[in-house]
Design a binder for this molecule. Structure first.
Ligand SMILES: *Cc1c(COP(=O)(O)O)cnc(C)c1O
Length: 189
């Protein structure tokens, strides 16, 4: 049984469990379940999703919550109705109407993630499994130093999380990342 489902079953129902599904659109593992199916039997479960990743709308500050009716009623009485801008709402609506865009973005992201992971393996590293839009991989160097070396080549990664964390970009950006890693780590040109 999936760990999160098992966890939710054990939590007393007067405690709210918030499940963050920010990366749900990038999941390839077909056995990975969404917690949305639990909201009927578990009124204490709130699932949140964002348009920041799959819709490319980071900065627009828009997302949504899925929960049972009663929970949503509480939400509606608590939130500030002016918290989402008209522009953000229009963008979110356009995204929800565009299945083609979602499918293409998802496909390209998974292709890019696979490419980066395969290239890292070919270089002798072992990236962590990923169902998200980023790849984490220990490259046996100081992550902060690597981050700075990449920054000088115009590539931004997260280096302050223990192991370097690289967000998947478009084809060109992914190529540039791998090329730069070759230059920095293996002295290639
Ligand atoms: C991106 C992200 C979010 C949501 O980001 P917002 O821009 O605030 O909508 C939430 N959780 C995780 C783990 C994320 O990576």
């Amino acid at each position: 049984m999936c760990v999160i489902f098992d966890f939710i079953r054990r939590v007393p129902d007067d405690i709210i469990v918030l499940v963050d599904e920010a990366y749900i659109d990038f999941v390839e593992d077909e056995t990975y379940p969404s917690a949305v199916q639990l909201i009927h039997d578990h009124e204490n479960v709130v699932v949140v999703r964002t348009f920041s990743k799959i819709a490319g709308m980071a900065g627009a500050r828009i997302g949504y919550a899925v929960a049972c009716k009663e929970m949503i009623w509480y939400y509606n009485n608590m939130v500030n109705f002016f918290c989402a801008s008209g522009t953000a709402l229009a963008g979110a609506e356009a995204f929800l109407d565009d299945d083609e865009f979602r499918t293409r973005t998802r496909r390209e992201m998974i292709k890019g993630r696979t490419y980066i992971m395969d290239e890292l393996r070919a270089m002798g590293y072992e990236p962590y499994p990923s169902q998200t839009n980023f790849v984490a991989c220990d490259m046996h160097v100081d992550p902060l130093k690597l981050t700075e070396q990449l920054r000088q080549k115009g590539i931004l990664i997260r280096g302050n999380l223990g192991v370097p964390r690289m967000t998947v970009g478009d084809k060109e950006a992914n190529h540039a990342l791998i090329q730069a890693l070759h230059e920095i780590l293996q002295g290639d040109n």
